[in-house]
Design a protein around this ligand. Structure first.
Ligand code: CUK
Ligand code: CUA
Length: 769
């Protein structure tokens, strides 16, 4: 028990230390520091390097101006990082289990992953390509993020209030998809376009019946913003020809109500080298043009609501004959093997790049709309869809370079950026006047690029991120599989300049979206008892003092709690073969006080953020003694945040004399512990005096800390009472232990109080009179 007083003294030292550190900050830099010139010389930096460093460095404690959400490619995740620092902030697990966030480990998140099962199979990965932020009036609103899985046609919804995946939907009629997720101006719909044609609904048909039985299509998923979920019952699709529909974009402002989806392999070529046929890649790039699909989605939604649909797998599909009759779909030839289709911020133009054409094509919405209104069609495709002549719809063609792919926009009107895959360059150009302005070499073979809010009605300019397909020699080699390379480019000046290379070691991100950090409003805690995956209060919410273990037959159910530094219950006794369900609630209100939970050797794992309730289940089929513990280093007594699952072997009989440890503490021990408590209380009183003497209520983080400290101190009351009761009865062993528990809560309160005090000192609080 000698350590009690030491810790109390350490707390006092901490207070002194903090004051000293604050004083140091204000003092002049130390004389031994190197000068900037010395560092530049020693490290062989150029002036350009130093400028790039200064433009991207975010000083300690400061935050980035923008936050980027990148697809994690084959990892099935989303990667979150800051711009311009390119510091990683989070991986959000979406289509794959991920242990740290316990996604796919607790029952609540398993239920989300289960929504993504296809044909009764677990699919535990995804080929994520396109993240899309929710929009209000055509600009990001910071509320939701959507992401697609190309391999297994699925979409997921992430709530940006807590950065967790809430929903996965499986496309009911496609076998794969690519042109998603993209959202309409007010996130009414999220679009998903098929990629590789197949019979709609998953039926079999031989390849000989490709033209007749294979189909492409586009699905419009209705988003219910109040619920924060996609609504399958209000969603619909359009049947389209088997043209390998590719990327999509929604119209905006001038082109509101319309969407655009391009395609490749409109040749409808079917390869089959083993059947003596030339390969897909040859036959799929034979023609000079493919088709852009121009779709009136507002009208299509009305047609679907009116029931002019065929139900396939319980899903509304507007068949092509209906689409033709109702005037919903129009085709325009586009440069061959196109990739991106990107509507300009004003909605007036649509830019499309053909991977095999060195020009980027700018289509005029005004011209397209006029042709549709005048029924000015050049002909029909083999399925009867009207075709608008390319020349009628084209505004201009601009030679930008080889292998143009994707386009994003600048805050300056008329300025666009296009990735040049073959040239490994970014082109800056003017889409209104059709002029190339600047080109910047990047490393190497760029796919997508992204500017801040670059696909909205209000791009913010400033930075561009190039998503390069190869890293080759840019980083320390780590084996044949190289990291990805996101290169940050300054687009604020008259010339583009390269600022930073960021290796991304998690799958191949295809697209990324960047939002002003201030638009995100993430929560720091949940209401106590929240099932975070549904947002509802869990029926298994457990308050302090309500913890219980119940048995019904061979089913044992635990309702427990987590709070620094203990798990309640601390002992769970079951019989071999029992089914064990453990519902835990994290009672913490303090920011960043997450607890983990594992039972050794049973593949049980979970993560409880403040306020969360979640459930782990397992069958105790192996007898033995299995420790459980908290897996997050949450306090000085984190290692002591432990317990045991005792799995009694079948037929086990307790032997006489099996007792808990013998009494060892005396009255002297008890008095020593009480003295430590009294001393610690003096430290707390000092800190409280300081805080309440300041205008602390003007600092919301401090108010939250004070709440937490007060709660911790409140918890001390119970053990204090028990200690005094036991001491009065002469049970000094028990009294000493309860006094120790009383002191634990005091230490936590003091720790939090000191953090609050430091915050006030560093943020210029003032004494109140
Ligand atoms: S795609 Cu991969 S570089 Cu799926 Cu948008 Cu273009
Ligand atoms: Cu809770 Cu460690």
């Amino acid at each position: 028990m000698h350590s009690t007083r030491t810790v109390a003294r350490q707390l006092q030292h901490l207070v002194v230390g903090v004051i000293a550190a604050v004083a140091l900050l204000a003092a002049a830099p130390s004389a031994t520091a190197q000068t900037l010139q010395q560092v530049v010389k020693e490290r062989g930096l150029t002036q350009q390097d130093v400028l790039a460093a200064a433009k991207t460095y975010v000083p300690t404690g400061k935050r980035d101006e923008f936050v980027a959400f990148a697809s994690g490619g084959q990892s099935g995740m989303v990667i979150v990082y800051g711009v311009p620092s390119m510091r990683l902030l989070k991986y959000i697990a979406v289509f794959n289990p991920e242990p740290w966030q316990a996604y796919g480990f607790d029952e609540e998140s398993k239920a989300v992953l289960d929504q993504g099962r296809i044909n009764g199979k677990d699919i535990t990965w995804g080929d994520t390509h396109h993240p899309a932020l929710s929009e209000t009036a055509g600009d990001y609103d910071g509320q939701y993020l959507f992401i697609n899985d190309k391999a297994n046609p699925r979409l997921a919804v992430i709530d940006l209030h807590d950065f967790e995946t809430k929903q996965i939907v499986v496309n009911p009629i496609f076998q794969s998809q690519h042109g998603g997720a993209f959202v309409s101006e007010n996130t009414e719909y999220v679009i998903e376009a098929a990629q590789y044609a197949a019979p709609l609904g998953g039926d079999y048909a031989p390849l000989e019946r490709f033209n007749e039985d294979y189909r492409g299509g586009v699905t419009y998923w209705k988003f219910n913003r109040e619920k924060g979920r996609l609504d399958a019952s209000q969603s619909f699709s359009l049947e389209l020809p088997p043209y390998s529909q590719d990327l999509s974009d929604f119209g905006k402002l001038a082109s509101t109500g319309w969407s655009f989806t391009n395609s490749f392999c409109s040749e409808r070529y079917v390869g089959g080298i083993e059947r003596g046929r030339p390969p897909f890649e040859a036959g799929c790039s034979a023609k000079d043009t493919d088709y852009l699909h121009v779709i009136n989605w507002k009208k299509a939604a009305q047609v679907a609501a009116a029931g002019k649909v065929k139900m396939i797998n319980g899903h509304k599909v507007i068949m092509m004959d209906t689409a033709i009759k109702e005037g919903l779909v129009f085709l325009i030839p586009e440069p061959k093997s196109p990739h991106g289709v990107d509507v300009t911020p004003d909605g007036d133009y649509i830019t499309i790049s053909g991977k095999l054409d060195s020009h980027t094509y700018v289509y005029s919405w005004k011209k397209i709309k006029a042709a549709i209104d005048a029924k000015n069609f050049a002909g029909k495709d083999p399925y009867g869809l009207p075709i608008i002549d390319m020349k009628t719809a084209l505004h201009t063609q601009v030679p930008l370079g080889l292998g143009p792919l994707h386009t994003q926009y600048d805050s300056k009107k008329g300025i666009a950026y296009t990735s040049l895959y073959v040239d490994s360059m970014v082109a800056r150009w003017d889409y209104i006047n059709g002029k190339l302005l600047d080109r910047l070499p990047i490393h190497y073979n760029i796919g997508h690029l992204m500017t801040m809010h670059g696909d909205t009605v209000k791009p913010r300019g400033k930075y561009l991120v190039a998503l390069n397909k190869l890293a080759i020699d840019r980083f320390q080699p780590v084996g044949p599989l190289h990291p990805q390379n996101h290169q940050l480019i300054d687009i604020g000046g008259s010339k583009m300049s390269l600022l930073y290379d960021m290796p991304l070691p998690l799958g191949e991100p295809h697209y990324v979206v960047g939002i002003e950090a201030g638009l995100l409003k993430p929560a720091v805690r949940y209401k106590v008892g929240t099932n975070t995956r549904t947002g509802e209060i869990s029926p298994h919410k457990t308050r302090a003092g309500e913890e219980r273990t119940e048995r019904s037959g061979n089913k044992v159910t635990v309702h427990g709690t987590l709070i620094r530094s203990h798990i309640t219950p601390e002992i769970i006794e079951v019989n071999e073969g029992d089914e064990l369900t453990i519902h835990l609630t994290n009672l913490e209100r303090a920011q960043d006080q997450t607890h983990g939970f594992t039972v050794s050797k049973y593949n049980v794992n979970g993560s409880w953020e403040p306020g969360k309730t979640a459930t782990v289940k397992f069958t105790a089929d192996v007898p033995g003694v299995f420790p459980y513990y908290c897996t997050e280093f949450c306090s000085a007594l984190h290692l002591e945040m432990q317990g045991y699952v005792l799995v009694k072997p079948k037929g086990y009989k307790a032997k006489v004399g099996e007792l808990m440890a013998k009494d060892q503490y005396t009255q002297a021990d008890y008095e020593k512990q009480v003295k430590a408590c009294v001393e610690t209380q003096a430290v707390i009183d000092g800190v409280v005096g300081f805080i309440t003497g300041q205008n602390y209520k003007d600092f919301p983080p401090v108010v939250a800390l004070v709440d937490d400290a007060t709660a911790q101190l409140g918890y001390a009351e119970g053990p204090k009472g028990k200690a005094e009761e036991e001491a009065a009865n002469g049970n000094y062993h028990s009294a000493t232990l309860w006094a120790g528990q009383w002191w634990q809560y005091q230490v936590k309160a003091a720790d939090i109080g000191l953090r609050a005090k430091t915050y006030l000192e560093q943020h210029g609080s003032k004494p109140v009179k």
